[in-house]
Each structure stands twice: as structure tokens, then as C-alpha cells.
Design a binder for this molecule. Structure first.
Ligand code: CUA
Length: 317
């Protein structure tokens, strides 16, 4: 029964050891002080017990030195936990440049994943070892949470927005994927596997299961089908702004505010065009809420992202 039982999941990502070390430090500090406090309670209970009914204890006077010692020492240990924890958190929070992108859509009760090359998977994710992977995630219905214990990563997947997280798997193998947020009666069945492959095996897997259409191509097709191109024309002569180079740029809005055009901004502009209107344009765009799935939306976002560098180079010429 206990043959599969592991106290700790495998350490299979670049951050796993760092997270575990912090965890062990917290446990060690907790165990040390719990032991010290309980041992002291017992020792003092015996040492200072009342020996005669008429015994009057000697009054205790304060010791400034002792007070300072037991205030400053725990204070320093707490600051160390804070500093160390912040370091691990921030390092795990920002995906490194050039990370491979994977797009995730949660749904009661499955995980749907898309690779930029066009591969789609359900409850399975194939990634190469030794390469950072960034997940951009959303859900069609309720809150889920993408959790891979062996990588020590977990992040909520929230309806109506994109969340992201990253990991770099360093050991080929097969690892559990869980949903870590109660999401309905099949929540416990919302599980899957992450397959970490040798980079060459991964390349073979990619070419062997090719669908023939990348996410950018699928996004472009949707862009045409929904008629986006009739207003968002490349030379900015349309009724909507040109989208070349928009991703990652700072957009001036009608209100005078400035926003960075990230994935969330693109998403919002498709679903709620009136929310943040670019300066110089009127709200003429209809909402596409209900006409496009979350997966389709991610494809359109991937397409608009792909328009950035190419056009920027051209305008500089
Ligand atoms: Cu999805 Cu729990």
C-alpha cells in the first residue's frame, strides 16, 4: 500500500531545491523553538514548583539585556525568513526572457493546452527538459489552479483574466498535474501528466504530431473570419488602430491614461472594446463576447503578438 508513498514529490525543476531549502529552514526553526519552549515549560514546572504551603517566591526583577536578546533574535530570524522568501518568490515570479510559451485553458473538468506550433493536448503537457516554459492561463468557467508538485509551482487560473507562471523542468520523466482549487464535483478528476522529454525527443514529438496550423495561423484565420481585418488595417487607414507593433507598446487612451498593451489588454479590447479606447478612435467596435472561445481568443492574441517585431523593423527602414 505504501510503495508509492513519498513524503516529498521529486525535485524536477530548477526552482524545486530552492523552495525545499526554504521550507526545511522554516520547519527547522519551528521545531527548534517548539522543543525549546516545551522543554523549558517542563524544567521550570519542576524546578520552581511550590515545595511548602507557606512558601513565598522571591520577586522577579526585569532584565533589560534578556529582554533585548529575546526580542532582537526572533526579529532577525523573522527578517531572514522574509528576505529569503521574497528572494525565492521573485525569482519564481518573473519568467526568463525567451521562455517557450504554452497556453492553458481550464474547464470543468479538464486542462486544455496549446503549443505555439499548433499542438493541442488535453490533460497532458509535453515539454523539453532544460528549457524555461511560460504558461499563460485562463478558464472557461470557474477558478481552477494549475499545480505540478514536482516543479513546486502552483497558480490560480481565473475566469476573465490571464495569469501566468513558469518553470524549467530539469529531469526527463512523467509528473503529476493537479487542479488545486475546488471547482465542482469532479474536481478530484481534473488531473493529468506533464511529460518532460529529452530536447531531441521533444523535437521528434513536435514534428510527429504536427497539426499543420500554428497558433498564429489559427489566430490569423479567426481574425479574418470575424472580420477584424476590415477595421484594423495595416496602414492605420481603417476605423480601428493598426495592430502591428501594438503588443508590448504603451498605448495612449482617449482618457489621457497610458496602458501597456499586454495579453490582458488585447483580451479586454476584444471582449469589451469600450473599456480602454485608444486615443483618436471612437468606440465603433462591437463586443466579441460569446463569439470566440477562450482558446480562440488566445490564438488571436498570439497572432497580434506575432505582428509586433516584423512591422517594427519595417517602419524603421
Ligand atoms: Cu479544476 Cu479543481
Amino acid at each position: 500500500m505504501w510503495t508509492d508513498f513519498q513524503l516529498f514529490p521529486e525535485k524536477a525543476s530548477s526552482i524545486a531545491a530552492g523552495v525545499d531549502n526554504l521550507y526545511f529552514f522554516l520547519v527547522a526553526v519551528g521545531v527548534f523553538f517548539s522543543t525549546l519552549i516545551f522543554a523549558t515549560i517542563f524544567v521550570f514546572a519542576i524546578k520552581y514548583r511550590r515545595r511548602r504551603p507557606d512558601e513565598i517566591p522571591r520577586p522577579i526583577h526585569g532584565s533589560t539585556l534578556l529582554e533585548i536578546f529575546w526580542s532582537v533574535t526572533p526579529g532577525m530570524i523573522a527578517m531572514m525568513m522574509f528576505g529569503w522568501g521574497a528572494y525565492v518568490y521573485f525569482r519564481n515570479y518573473h519568467p526568463p526572457e525567451g521562455a517557450m510559451e504554452v497556453y492553458v485553458v481550464g474547464k470543468q473538468w479538464m486542462w486544455k493546452l496549446q503549443h505555439p506550433e499548433g499542438h493541442r493536448e488535453i490533460n497532458e503537457l509535453h515539454v523539453p527538459a532544460g528549457r524555461p516554459v511560460k504558461l499563460t492561463m485562463t478558464t472557461e468557467d470557474v477558478i481552477h489552479s494549475f499545480f505540478v508538485p514536482a516543479f513546486r509551482v502552483k497558480r490560480d487560473v481565473v475566469p476573465g483574466m490571464y495569469t501566468s507562471m513558469w518553470f524549467q523542468a530539469n529531469k526527463p520523466g512523467k509528473y503529476h498535474l493537479f487542479c488545486a482549487e475546488y471547482c465542482g464535483n469532479q474536481h478530484s478528476g481534473m488531473i493529468g501528466w506533464v511529460y518532460v522529454m529529452d530536447p531531441t525527443d521533444y523535437e521528434n514529438w513536435l514534428s510527429g504530431t504536427s497539426t499543420g496550423e500554428t497558433m498564429v495561423q489559427a489566430g490569423e484565420r479567426l481574425f479574418q473570419r470575424l472580420g477584424c481585418h476590415t477595421c484594423h488595417m495595416q496602414d492605420a487607414s481603417g476605423r480601428g488602430p493598426a495592430l502591428e507593433g501594438v503588443f508590448g507598446s504603451t498605448v495612449l487612451l482617449e482618457t489621457g491614461q497610458k496602458v501597456v498593451a499586454d495579453e490582458a489588454y488585447l483580451r479586454e479590447s476584444v471582449l469589451r472594446p469600450g473599456a480602454k479606447v485608444a486615443a483618436g478612435y471612437k468606440i465603433q467596435m462591437p463586443t466579441f463576447q460569446g463569439q470566440i472561445s477562450e482558446e480562440g481568443l488566445l490564438q488571436v492574441v498570439a497572432y497580434i503578438k506575432s505582428l509586433a517585431p516584423r512591422k517594427r523593423v519595417e517602419t524603421q527602414q
